[in-house]
Ligand binder design. Structure first.
Ligand code: ZN
Ligand code: ZN
Length: 737
C-alpha cells in the first residue's frame, strides 16, 4: 500500500495502480499496466454517506480519468466517473474489490479542466465531488450503457454532418451587423486585447438597459468562434430572455448553436450536452447548469445579468454559476464577460479594486432617452381621496395615486402601452375578520395564506396548502371577512374599475402556469392587444417591449427595511430593470416615465434611481457594507437546520457552534447565534440558521472543511438527549439571509 501511495503521488491524473508494474511503452498521458488495474471511481453519494472521496474498482484495462463507467454500488448498478486521484481510494482488500460493470467510452473522456472545475466546486461549496460531478451530467446520460451511448454519439455526428452538408458554414446569410456606438466600439477594442492574452482579465461590462450589451456579446462570441474556440453564454432564465436567444440564433445562422437548460426534454438535454462535449457545438446558450457543460475548446463565457439571483443554486450543492464561470475562465484561459446594468456589489467592488476590467456603455442605443423617474409621496396624499375599489379596509393606506391613474389614461389614449408592477401575486396577502381579528394564517407555516379571488381559495405560497375561502369567520361566525392589502390580481381588478376602456393583461406565476401561457401572453403584448400590463418581477426582466412608455412600481418600499442586507441591492436592480422596459422606442411620441409610489421618497435609493446613478448607489451601499463588515468585505457561510421543533433545530446549531469554536481552524472565524428564518415554519418544519463569518476567505474555507466531519457526526448521533434534526446544510456565499 505504501508503494502505491508514492507511486500515485508522482502524477496528478492517473488511475490508482496497485502493485503492478507500468508498461514501458505506454502512450503518453495514459498509464498502462500489464494486468488488472485498480481505478478510482466517483459515484453519486452525499458526503454524509461516510464514503471516501472515490471508490476503488477493478478494471481489465487502464482507464483515463473522465471516462464514464457503470459500477456495482450496494445492490444496484450506477453510473460512475473514473476520477483523477492522487490519493489511494478507499482501502478495500483486493478480494472484496468489485469489477467495473461496463466502460462507456463511446464518448471522449471529460477533460482534466472539467474534472478540476468539479473538484473545486465540491470543495468550495462543501459537497461531495461524486454528488456534484454526477449531478452535472444530464440525467439521461447516467442511464445509458456503452452500446446506447455509442449509438447516440454516432447519430449526433451524423446529424451534424448532414446539417453541415445541407448548409455549409458561410452559406447561410447571418443578419447584417448594426453599426457600433462609440462606447460599444471602445469596449470591443478592449475585448480584442483581452482575447489576445493567454490569461485574459475578467471583464465587467456595465451598460444600462438598452445600451447594446447584447451586440458586444455577439461580436465577442464571433471573435472567439473565428479563433476556432467554443463560447458559453449564460442567461438567468431562458423563458424570460427569448429575444436574446433569437438574436444569437439569427446572428450565428450556419453556426452550430445548442441550448442547455432544465426546460428541455431529457433527450434534448442529452443531445445538447453531447454536442458541447464532443466539440460539435460552437456556441452553448444556457442557464446556470450549463456552467458544467463539457467544452473541450472553451474560449469565452458570457454571464448576462450577472447580478441575477438565479445563478445561485438554492438547494443541494449551492453553487454560484457566475462565480464558477470566473474560476473556470481563469483555469482554462477563456475570457469571461460579466454583463449587467446593475452589477452585484461583489463584482462592482472587484472592478473598483482592479481585479476585473470595467467597460462601460453609458448611453442607450438610438438616442432612446432614459425614462424620467417620478416619485409619488404617498404620505402626502390624503387617505380618503384616492380612487380605491370597494372592499377597502378602514385605515388602510390609499391604493393608487390619482396621478398614476391619469398618466395611465393618457398613455392609453395616445396608443402607448404601460407596465404596472407589483411584486406580490394573488388578490390579497391575507383575509381578516373585522370583528374578532381572525386572520387567514397557514396551519403548517408561520405565514399568512394568500386570498386568490378567481377560484376563491386561500393558498399558502410556502407549502401550497390550499382551502376554499370560508363563508364566515371560522372563529366568530362573522360573515364579513375582508381582504387586507393587495396583490396583482386585486391590482388588475382595481385598474379595470378605474380605467374601463383599457385592455388589461396580467402576467405572474398564477397566469403562466400552463405550458405556452407566458409566450402567448407576451405575444399579445407585442402584438399591441394590451394597453396595461400588470405583473410581478417576471415582467420586469429581459423582455424587449418596444411600445411601453410608462412603468409604474406600486409600493416597492417593503424591501427598504428588510433584515436581509442584500434587499436594497435587489430592489435597486429590479427598479432599474423595470425602468429599462420603458422608452426603448426612440420614436415614441412622449418622453417615457417611471412612476414610483412610495412612503419614503427621500430615501437615498430612490434618489439614486431618479438620477439613474448606479455608481452612486453602489458607492453608498459599499460604504455601509464596509463599516458593517458585510460582504464583499467579509465572507459568509450559513449553517441551516430543519427539525420538527424549533428547540431541536436550535440545539443542533448550538452544539455545532460549540464544536466549531473549539476547532484549531476557527481563529478569525466568527460564529453567530442561531436565529429562525424569516418564515420560520414551513410545512410543519421549523427552520433555523446560523451565520459564520470571516474577513479571510481561505480561513473560512479551512474552518468549514474541519467542521464538516463534526457536523456529520453530530447529525448521526441518535443518543438520549441528542438534538434530532431532519436536515442540515451549509450555504457558502449565501444570497439570502
Ligand atoms: Zn371573527
Ligand atoms: Zn403553509
Amino acid at each position: 500500500m505504501e508503494k502505491c501511495k508514492s507511486f500515485a503521488k508522482s502524477s496528478t491524473y492517473r488511475p490508482n495502480v496497485n502493485f503492478l508494474a507500468r508498461a514501458a511503452d505506454a502512450p503518453e498521458g495514459i498509464d498502462v499496466v500489464q494486468a488488472e488495474t485498480i481505478v478510482a471511481v466517483l459515484v453519486d453519494a452525499p458526503r454524509h454517506a461516510n464514503l471516501q472521496h472515490t471508490l476503488s474498482y477493478r478494471s481489465q484495462r487502464p482507464l483515463a480519468p473522465g471516462i464514464l463507467v457503470r459500477v456495482p454500488f450496494g445492490r444496484r448498478e450506477v453510473a460512475g466517473l473514473v476520477w483523477p486521484s492522487d490519493a489511494p481510494a478507499s482501502p478495500i482488500a483486493p478480494a472484496e474489490m468489485r469489477d467495473i460493470a461496463e466502460v462507456c467510452d463511446g464518448m471522449p473522456p471529460l477533460n482534466a479542466s472539467w474534472c478540476a472545475l468539479l473538484e473545486f466546486a465540491a470543495s468550495y461549496y462543501q459537497r461531495s465531488t461524486g454528488e456534484i460531478a454526477l449531478a452535472a451530467l444530464p440525467p439521461e446520460l447516467r442511464r445509458l450503457g456503452q452500446a446506447a451511448l455509442s449509438d447516440r454519439v454516432r447519430r449526433l455526428h451524423k446529424a451534424f454532418a448532414a446539417e453541415a452538408a445541407r448548409a455549409p458554414a458561410g452559406s447561410a446569410t447571418p443578419e447584417p451587423e448594426p453599426p457600433l456606438t462609440e462606447s460599444q466600439a471602445a469596449a470591443m477594442t478592449a475585448i480584442e486585447v483581452a482575447l489576445a492574452a493567454a490569461s485574459p482579465e475578467t471583464i465587467l461590462l456595465h451598460g444600462v438597459t438598452g445600451s447594446g450589451k447584447t451586440e458586444v456579446y455577439l461580436r465577442t462570441a464571433q471573435a472567439v468562434l473565428a479563433r476556432g474556440r467554443q463560447a458559453l453564454v449564460l442567461v438567468p432564465e431562458i423563458n424570460l430572455t427569448p429575444q436574446l436567444v433569437e438574436r444569437f440564433t439569427r446572428r450565428f445562422a450556419g453556426r452550430r448553436i445548442v441550448a442547455l437548460h432544465s426546460g428541455l426534454t431529457p433527450a434534448q438535454r442529452l443531445r445538447s450536452w453531447l454536442a458541447a462535449q464532443l466539440g460539435l457545438a460552437d456556441l452553448v446558450l444556457g442557464t446556470r447548469l450549463a456552467i458544467f457543460a463539457g467544452l473541450p475548446r472553451l474560449g469565452l463565457i458570457v454571464v448576462d445579468e450577472e447580478h441575477d439571483a438565479s445563478y445561485k443554486q438554492q438547494e443541494g450543492a449551492r453553487y454560484s454559476a457566475r462565480d464558477l464561470a470566473v474560476w473556470r475562465g481563469r483555469r482554462e484561459g477563456a475570457l469571461v464577460v460579466l454583463g449587467s446594468a446593475t452589477p452585484s456589489l461583489e463584482t462592482w467592488q472587484r472592478a473598483d479594486t482592479g481585479h476585473y476590467r470595467r467597460l462601460s456603455l453609458p448611453e442607450r442605443v438610438g438616442a432612446a432617452a432614459w425614462p424620467r423617474v417620478r416619485l409619488v409621496d404617498m404620505g402626502r396624499l390624503a387617505k380618503a381621496t384616492v380612487g380605491l375599489g370597494s372592499g377597502t379596509v378602514r385605515g388602510m393606506p390609499p391604493g393608487l395615486a390619482p396621478q398614476i391613474i391619469d398618466a395611465l389614461r393618457e398613455r392609453g389614449a395616445s396608443g402607448e402601452q404601460s407596465l404596472v408592477f407589483l411584486n406580490r401575486r394573488g388578490y390579497a396577502p391575507v383575509l381578516q375578520c373585522g370583528d374578532c381579528g381572525w386572520m387567514s394564517g397557514c396551519p403548517h407555516c408561520s405565514a399568512w395564506r394568500v386570498f386568490h379571488k378567481k377560484d376563491r381559495t386561500l393558498r399558502c405560497h410556502h407549502c401550497a396548502f390550499t382551502e376554499p375561502v370560508p363563508r364566515a369567520c371560522p372563529d366568530c361566525g362573522n360573515p364579513d371577512i375582508a381582504p387586507v392589502g393587495r396583490g396583482t390580481e386585486r391590482l388588475e381588478e382595481q385598474l379595470a374599475a378605474l380605467l374601463p376602456e383599457a385592455r388589461i393583461a396580467r402576467i405572474d406565476a398564477d397566469t403562466t402556469r400552463a405550458k405556452g401561457a407566458l409566450e402567448a401572453q407576451l405575444g399579445a403584448v407585442h402584438a399591441g392587444d394590451v394597453d396595461i400590463l400588470v405583473g410581478t418581477q417576471m415582467v420586469a426582466k429581459g423582455h424587449d417591449f418596444r411600445r411601453i412608455g410608462l412603468v409604474a412600481a406600486i409600493n416597492p418600499d417593503t424591501s427598504l427595511f428588510s433584515s436581509d442586507f442584500r434587499a436594497p441591492e435587489r430592489l435597486f436592480a429590479l427598479l432599474m430593470q423595470a425602468a429599462g422596459r420603458a422608452g426603448r422606442d426612440a420614436a415614441a411620441a412622449h418622453p417615457s416615465e417611471m412612476w414610483v409610489q412610495t412612503w419614503h421618497p427621500l430615501h437615498p435609493l430612490y434618489q439614486a434611481l431618479g438620477r439613474h446613478d448606479y455608481a452612486a448607489f453602489a458607492a453608498s451601499q459599499l460604504k455601509e457594507r464596509e463599516s458593517a463588515g458585510l460582504p464583499p468585505y467579509s465572507h459568509l457561510a450559513v449553517l441551516r437546520a430543519e427539525a420538527k421543533t424549533a428547540e431541536a433545530a436550535r440545539a443542533f446549531l448550538a452544539a455545532a457552534a460549540e464544536v466549531g469554536r473549539s476547532l484549531d481552524d476557527a481563529a478569525d472565524v466568527m460564529i453567530y447565534a442561531p436565529v429562525p428564518l424569516d418564515v420560520a415554519r414551513v410545512a410543519d418544519v421549523e427552520r433555523m440558521q446560523m451565520l459564520v463569518e470571516s474577513a479571510s476567505r481561505p480561513r473560512l474555507q479551512a474552518m468549514l472543511h474541519a467542521w464538516l466531519p463534526h457536523l456529520d457526526a453530530l447529525h448521526a448521533t441518535r443518543g438520549e438527549g441528542a438534538p434530532r434534526v431532519l436536515r442540515w446544510a451549509i450555504d457558502v456565499d449565501p444570497l439570502t439571509i
